[in-house]
Write a protein that binds this ligand. Structure first.
Ligand SMILES: NC(=O)c1ccc[n+]([C@@H]2O[C@H](COP(=O)([O-])OP(=O)(O)OC[C@H]3O[C@@H](n4cnc5c(N)ncnc54)[C@H](OP(=O)(O)O)[C@@H]3O)[C@@H](O)[C@H]2O)c1
Length: 246
């Protein structure tokens, strides 16, 4: 029960890596706030946690690209819990295009979701994280690193995630005495972020030779959020089966 009585916020917890990570935090005693835009899926995810024996998980609606929504979330969490121990900035979208056909609306949506949301959440929750020596984990991607195995059309995704990594390092440096900030860079994880469910196209670029499950990413998030990682800040950890080596 590493997270007993800890308040944990997971953005984009209505599916995929976020939903699984929320579930695993809850299994270890955390009071988890699952956020996202799909109310039905978010409430179902919270219900799954209740049925597994933790009654304290709850879904709170928040479009992380909207500063007003993030402010409301901050107020609701502050009023109810008075602190935040862990913030997992996980909400994200994956849109690719060649440059010639790149749609500016898609570009703005990618920057809003994958980068600006992290700014809004960090700015709004900092004062709840600082007093309890909390920590932040930001979910980037191998696409944000110097690797092109995840695709050569990842202008929007790769640029937004690379900027998120730099932003995270600056936060880690500037708030080192109060809040730890770390980044994970998943490779190819089996979630609904891919509309094309035929993962065989990726296998050649993964040295370990298989697609990972969300649980394998969540384990790393829980480690970084835990006391076992108490001296770790500003790190960028690929969780990618070796993909970023190629
Ligand atoms: N799967 C992979 O291979 C992979 C690899 C590297 C990195 N990642 C990163 O992992 C994170 C989670 O992705 P996933 O693979 O688990 O995909 P997913 O199942 O599609 O989950 C994405 C989550 O983001 C949320 N989201 C999207 N836009 C949002 C917004 N405006 N406001 C709030 N929440 C929003 C979605 O919730 P709502 O629709 O309810 O808002 C959903 O819960 C993303 O940041 C992604 O870039 C994934």
């Amino acid at each position: 029960m590493r997270f007993k009585d800890k308040v944990v916020i997971v953005t984009g917890a209505t599916s995929g890596i976020g939903a699984v990570t929320a579930e695993m935090f809850a299994e270890e005693g955390a009071k988890v706030i699952l956020t996202g835009r799909n109310r039905e899926r978010g409430e179902k995810a919270a219900d799954r946690i209740h049925r597994k024996g933790n009654p304290e998980a709850e879904f709170m609606y928040c479009d992380a690209t909207k500063l007003e929504d993030v402010r409301k979330l901050r107020k609701a969490v502050g009023d109810k819990y008075g602190k935040t121990d862990v913030l997992f900035n996980n909400a994200g979208i994956f849109v690719t295009s060649d440059l010639e056909n790149l749609d500016l609306e898609d570009w703005n949506r990618s920057i809003d979701t994958n980068l600006n949301s992290v700014l809004y959440m960090t700015k709004c929750f900092l004062d709840l994280l600082r007093p309890c020596r909390g920590n932040i984990i930001n979910n980037a991607s191998v696409s944000g690193l110097d690797s092109f195995t995840s695709g050569t059309k990842t202008y929007m995704y790769g640029a937004s995630k690379a900027a998120m990594i730099k932003f995270s390092k600056l936060c880690a440096l500037n708030f080192a005495k109060e809040v730890r900030v770390n980044v994970i860079c998943p490779g190819i994880i089996d979630t609904e972020i891919y509309s094309n469910r035929d993962f065989s196209r990726f296998l050649g670029g993964i040295p370990m030779g298989y697609i990972a499950k969300p649980e394998q990413v969540a384990e790393v998030v829980l480690f970084l959020a835990s006391e076992r990682a108490s001296y770790i800040t500003g790190t960028v950890i690929p969780v990618d089966g070796g993909m970023s080596l190629t």
